[in-house]
Design a protein around this ligand. Structure first.
Ligand code: ADP
Ligand code: MG
Ligand code: ZN
Length: 641
């Protein structure tokens, strides 16, 4: 038996994590004692002396001498005595014991029974041979012994159980997916869409496949990659695909696996995990749902927090502690990157972030195709229709549609899945337990498309705005869609013109909604907030307003030459009013400029919006095509050296 007693005795293990309530030591002891007593009583009843029909040898002698005994059955040392029945009454039985090692007749003679009396006696010797007899003799000794052994074993098991939770890290908690396990191997082929993420992660694959090449070149490979994205977008799947592509061992562990443990064990698990991964390098450690341990430290109350912090610290220490040459890449996934501790995101840790987006129409089709592959689809099915209707669905949702459709078809006793089954499944998943509030209806989609087109066209036309990198109407977080700008160069010191154009572009969505629908949704509320904040900074921080001039009016107190402090509360009300008016005028001016751009390039604007409605996402190249079609010059990337 391989028990680690030092671990059991070690105080840590007595303090079990609150999850599984274990009976206390005293309770266990009491239970054992009670079991013991019950068994004892039972044994006593079975094998104990039955005093009422017991007689002594001398009494037996007397009975024999008086010729009252009919038969004596000798079973080893036990004597079963049958007395002569009187007047046909039932014969009485007695029991006795003879002397050890002496024949019964001899004993009786010794006790003074006459040979005559003896000759009348029927003595039957039934030498014990049966199993029962031996059991009868052994069991009374054996049973308590067995009980004792059982109790010892029971305790050992209890302790070992507790021990196992703490100790057997490598065996059970972190699941190791071996690259040689062909059945479980997942590659990029199994992940539909996500071209950008695949490309970024492809670098990791290259490194893991051929670390020497990179190390020889002196390249620094990121130690950590953090994948973020909504639930069900395939983060876990993607991580496994990276391991599958690189054909390296993949240690899978969920953040919550750390949390359920005793204090201090989370940290030691992390240590073990990294040790093991290094031993098998090149390898990947994947910590799924890292927000369970990686939440900002120092917030939140209650127990477990300590444990979480220790675990998190240990992860950080391990990540700092290994060199690139150790060829271990730590991947992590979360759908709550907003709550992550900033220490995790520092360079040398999870410095690379890969965003996994909700699939667009094309990718949704691809995902449906993947899961339709092994399913018997009827000829009338059109997955494209399903792909079109499922804006906002995650990969997991789509997988679940295919699965539900199969179930519905099977329940209906059909051999093939028809379009109706697919539509029913789609509705089922749509209504499903998950709140699909972000799933846009047709009108919402139109509003979003025109809103984003407004941002995009303003950005593309105004000279100092950053060019458009990507436009999408696929919901992301709370936003209905988004327009991604990419700075032309790294302007460390943006000019006033850049800020003006930025504000105009920010109001492009608002202007577009007004133009097309003559109404405003809550969609642009964040845009307005950002635009207003930018305008305020221009006026109160950067001295970019002509009427206010080069003064700073921020909330923060500033040190004067003489050590005094100036704060905004010392500003006159009149100045504050002027500031507000100036901010308002900047924002309104931005809106006016956005409106002019939309009017001037109305065709291009509508084209962008309508294309967006169809394709949902426009990458830079596709977007630029539209601009070219309408004669809007592309902004050239200024080379920064
Ligand atoms: P996450 O970790 O992001 O919450 P998972 O990786 O667990 O999501 O994916 C949930 C399910 O959805 C998995 O069964 C996966 O097969 C499927 N899935 C999600 N996205 C895709 C995709 N792009 N291609 C193929 N399957 C996907
Ligand atoms: Mg996951
Ligand atoms: Zn917007």
């Amino acid at each position: 038996m391989k028990f680690k007693f030092e671990k059991i005795i070690n105080g840590k293990n007595k303090k079990r994590g609150g999850k599984k309530k274990q009976p206390s030591f005293m309770m266990q002891l009491a239970t054992s004692v009670i079991i013991f007593m019950v068994i004892g009583a039972v044994l006593d009843a079975a094998f104990g002396d039955k005093t009422d029909n017991k007689i002594t040898l001398s009494e037996l002698t007397t009975l024999v001498s008086e010729n009252k005994v009919e038969q004596i059955l000798v079973k080893g040392e036990l004597l079963d005595i049958t007395l002569l029945s009187v007047d046909g009454a039932e014969s009485v039985k007695k029991e006795s014991k003879k002397e050890v090692g002496t024949a019964l007749s001899q004993t009786l003679v010794n006790y003074g029974v006459t040979p005559e009396a003896l000759s009348l006696l029927d003595i039957e010797i039934n030498e014990p041979s049966g199993l029962g007899y031996w059991l009868g003799i052994i069991l009374p000794f054996l049973l308590p012994l067995l009980m004792l052994l059982f109790i010892i074993w029971f305790f050992m098991k209890q302790m070992k159980g507790g021990n196992k939770q703490a100790m057997s890290f490598g065996n059970s908690k972190a699941r190791l997916i071996n690259p040689k396990d062909k059945k479980k191997r997942v590659t990029f082929k199994n992940v539909a869409g996500n071209a950008n993420a695949k490309q970024e992660l492809g670098e990791m694959v290259e490194f893991l496949k051929n670390p020497k090449k990179f190390i020889d070149m002196g390249a620094k490979i990121p130690k950590g990659v953090l994948m973020t994205g909504l639930p069900g977008t395939g983060k876990t799947l993607m991580a496994r695909a990276v391991a599958g592509e690189a054909k390296v061992p993949f240690f899978y562990l969920s953040g919550s696996d750390f949390v359920e443990m005793f204090v201090g064990v989370g940290a030691s698990r992390v240590r073990d995990l990294f040790k093991m991964a290094k031993k098998m390098s090149p390898s990947i450690i994947f910590i799924d749902e890292i927000d369970a341990v990686g939440r900002s430290r120092g917030v939140g109350i209650g127990g477990g927090n300590d444990e979480r912090e220790q675990t998190l610290n240990q992860i950080l220490v391990e990540m700092d502690g290994f060199e690139e040459s150790e060829k271990v890449i730590v991947m992590a996934a979360t759908n709550r990157d907003d709550v992550l501790d900033s220490a995790l995101l520092r360079p040398g840790r999870f410095d690379r972030q890969v965003r996994i987006e909700l699939p667009d129409r094309k990718d949704r089709r691809a995902i449906l195709d993947i899961y339709a592959q092994k399913k018997p689809l009827a000829k009338n099915t059109d997955l494209q229709v399903i792909a079109e209707r499922t804006a906002g669905f995650s990969g997991a949702d789509l997988e679940s549609i295919m699965n539900e459709a199969t179930i519905i078809a099977t329940m209906a006793g059909k051999k093939k899945i028809s379009q109706d089954h697919l539509i029913n499944a789609f509705e089922k998943v749509l209504m499903g337990p998950k709140n699909k509030s972000h799933l846009a209806g047709e009108h919402e989609k139109r509003v979003t498309a025109y809103h984003e087109a407004g941002h995009a066209i303003v950005a593309s036309v105004l000279p100092d705005a950053d060019p458009v990198h990507k436009v999408t109407i696929i919901p992301r977080g709370r936003a209905g869609g988004f327009t991604m700008k990419l700075p032309l160069d790294e302007r460390r010191l943006p000019t006033r013109a850049v800020y003006y154009d930025d504000i105009a572009m920010g109001l492009g969505g608002y202007a577009a909604e007004m133009k097309i629908f003559n109404d405003i949704t809550t969609g642009p509320s964040n845009d307005l907030k950002v635009a207003t904040a930018t305008a305020r900074d221009m006026v109160t921080k950067f001295g970019m307003s002509d009427s206010i001039g080069p003064i700073v009016v921020t909330g923060e107190a500033a040190k004067t030459l003489f050590g005094g402090q100036v704060s905004s509360s010392q500003r006159s009300d009149k100045l504050l009013e002027e500031i507000d008016a100036e901010i308002k005028s900047i924002v309104e001016n931005g809106l006016k400029r956005a409106e002019i751009v939309i009017d001037d390039h109305y065709d291009a604007f509508v084209d962008i919006a309508e294309t967006l409605l169809k394709a949902e996402t426009l990458e830079q190249a596709e977007y630029n095509e539209i601009l070219k079609k309408h004669g809007i010059p592309l902004k050239e990337l200024k080379k920064v050296i």
